[in-house]
Design a protein. Structure first.
Lengths: 338, 278
């Protein structure tokens, strides 16, 4: 009797532990479901509100315009989501985008073909991405600090090179990228969807995608598993800089002009989209489906608020509230995981 | 004849051996003339006080550190590792104390992390993963070790600490066909879960893998190991066979009391081991 007593107690404790584990798992799954579906719900609610509030909202022309506007944001949000899942952040994109636009303007001014000019801008952006990556990886500086500094530097260069002035970028077929349509939808929207699909497939179906999650989630474990985590992070910084260059190309084409101010609206919108979509700044967590829905929400809000002639400040506040709610649910999810 | 050379057990052939290994950090000797070997299906304990050189030795064995002097042998052939990757390719795996899993990834994804299986043909060329194949391999690996995790697609963040460490061991056994190095595998675990990992080590031994386990838990070492090497100030102070490696005796060796009193228990016992009376 006396010998069985302790073991009996041990089993009970173990059972209780197991029960607790299951309880935590259940709670986590619930929060994850709320996070995933909550976002879609927000999108639907916002969409329906706009639909009922303005007769112009649910028209093909308006939706096409909204899709075009949001695509520039979306292109960068796809890359930013991957960077954040990889455990880093890049806030330099707005000014890299501006610098790309200015570079295109300069090159075109020298008589270079706009497409070739875009390629040059992309190379410059890749260089900035590489520099960001090297500073973060080799010199072990926090990526927020590095890219904040780079944001300032790139913006300074953009203004300096352009003398704060706008340059007209002509070229018939170049303008098509930002203003042409396929089936009534803007070409840039298809560029965004294509990029999103490639990003989605990479994250979900390839080893590289799994490695991005692993590096952001547990850097040590990833390195021990033989993943070249540092090359991967540098690659992510180059990728996002290239996405910013692409955004710069699209906007330059859309406006038929190059200017250092084009990046301004995107400074924080891109990070907002990624985080609203469920990407966690702690790394290792997030999906591009979430980002897609978040980009949709931001697009509908922006478009709808303009249609309702509500002030842009109201829009800022709504986005801010949504962002904090999104981070709050992520925090709750983490707490449930102990 | 030193104690180290004398003690052998009746396991399989030697899979991993370190001969006369010394390592210096500047002028400081972390290890001096250390000999250790592990046979297939054998569990060797490595104990010693903090700073006795356990982690340095483990790092040398897994290729993370190159020894200043001495040599390593795998299956009797001399090898030299330039990185942990090279030792992994030769079938040596390490399990760390701090649960080195990506908690956002599933059990399967963790087991295959860095060594994913791709689909065949064109789709595979596009680097698409073969999830079903990996899942069934993971299932097999867990079952072979008797690890009771029902869903290999579950995120490891949802598992208990013991289950996570079990996954880490399963991963190591899946890839480490020869030697498993365990660095304080249960230090972060509750007692009940420690027992499970110990049972797991016994299962690993049955699969003819050589195991070297570093642990501060002397009860565990004495129950689990066929042979225990005691490091003291960077040297192998003694090697105790299972029968002698009681927690009390281990403490005497770890603290150096046994050495100072000039005891030479290992050699005598080793003789008895080699020529059993019965």
């Amino acid at each position: 009797m006396t010998t069985t007593a302790p073991s009996k107690r041990a089993v009970t404790i173990h059972d209780r532990l197991a029960e607790r584990e299951q309880q935590l798992a259940r709670r986590r799954r619930m929060i994850e479901a709320i996070q995933g579906q909550g976002l879609v719900l927000v999108f639907v609610v916002v969409f329906v509100i706009m639909w009922t509030s303005s007769p112009y909202f649910f028209t093909i022309n308006n939706l096409a315009t909204a899709a075009g506007v949001v695509s520039v944001l979306g292109v960068m949000a796809v890359a930013e989501t991957m960077v954040i899942i990889g455990g880093e952040i890049d806030v330099s994109i707005g000014s890299v985008m501006a610098l790309s636009s200015v570079l295109i303007g300069m090159c075109v001014g020298w008589g270079i073909n706009p497409w070739v000019a875009s390629l040059i801008a992309a190379l410059a952006a890749a260089g900035i991405g590489l520099l960001n990556g090297i500073l973060v990886v080799w010199f072990k500086i926090n990526s927020l600090v590095v890219t904040l500094g780079m944001y300032s530097i790139a913006l300074g260069i953009a203004y300096m090179l352009s003398n704060s002035s706008t340059v007209i970028v002509g070229g018939s077929d170049f303008e098509q990228l930002g203003s042409g349509n396929i089936w009534k939808l803007p070409i840039q929207f298809f560029v965004f969807l294509g990029l999103w699909a490639v990003g989605y497939a990479t994250l979900r179906w390839t080893a590289l995608g799994r490695h991005i999650y692993a590096v952001g989630n547990n850097y040590e474990a990833a390195v021990r598993a033989g993943i070249r985590a540092d090359m991967l992070r540098i690659g992510l910084f180059i990728t996002i800089a290239l996405s910013a260059a692409l955004a710069g190309v699209i906007v330059t084409s859309e406006l038929s002009s190059a200017a250092p101010q084009v990046g301004d609206p995107y400074l924080l919108a891109v990070v907002t989209a990624a985080i609203l979509g469920g990407a966690s700044l702690a790394g290792g967590r997030g999906t591009l489906v979430g980002t897609l829905v978040a980009v949709g929400i931001l697009g509908v809000l922006q478009n709808g608020f303009a249609l309702l002639s509500l002030s842009v400040y109201t829009q800022y506040m709504v986005i801010g509230v949504l962002l904090i709610l999104a981070v709050l649910t992520d925090q709750l999810a983490r707490r449930a995981e102990r | 004849m030193t104690a180290t050379e004398a003690v052998t057990t009746n396991g399989g052939e030697v899979v991993l051996a370190a001969r006369d290994v010394s390592h210096f950090y500047g002028s400081l000797a972390a290890l001096q003339d250390v000999n250790i070997e592990v046979r297939r299906g054998e569990v060797v304990g490595l104990v010693g006080d903090n700073g006795a050189g356990k982690s340095t030795l483990l790092k040398i064995l897994c290729g993370a550190v190159r020894p200043s002097q001495g040599s390593l042998f795998i299956d009797g052939k001399e090898v030299s590792f330039h990185s942990p990757r090279e030792s992994r390719d030769k079938g040596i795996e390490v399990v760390y104390q701090d649960l080195a899993l990506a908690t956002e990834l599933s059990v399967t994804e963790n087991i295959f992390l860095g060594r994913e299986t791709r689909r065949r043909g064109l789709v595979g060329r596009m680097r698409v993963l073969d999830r079903p194949a990996m899942a069934s391999e993971a299932r097999k690996a867990l079952d072979a070790l008797g690890i009771g995790i029902s869903d290999v697609r579950a995120r490891t963040g949802l598992l208990s600490g013991g289950e996570r460490q079990a996954v880490a061991v399963a991963r190591a056994v899946t890839w480490g066909q020869k030697v498993l190095l365990l660095d304080e595998p249960t230090a972060a675990l509750a007692v009940v879960e420690q027992r499970k990992i110990e049972e797991l080590v016994r299962q690993v031994r049955k699969q003819h893998v050589g195991v070297i386990i570093v642990s501060h838990n002397l009860r565990q070492v004495s129950e689990l190991c066929d042979r225990v090497h005691i490091l003291l100030h960077g040297r192998v102070a003694g090697v105790l066979p299972k029968e002698q490696a009681t927690p009390e005796e281990l403490v005497r060796w770890i603290t150096g009391v046994a050495v100072e009193s000039g005891e030479d228990i290992p050699e005598e016992v080793a003789e008895a081991e080699l020529h059993p009376e019965e």
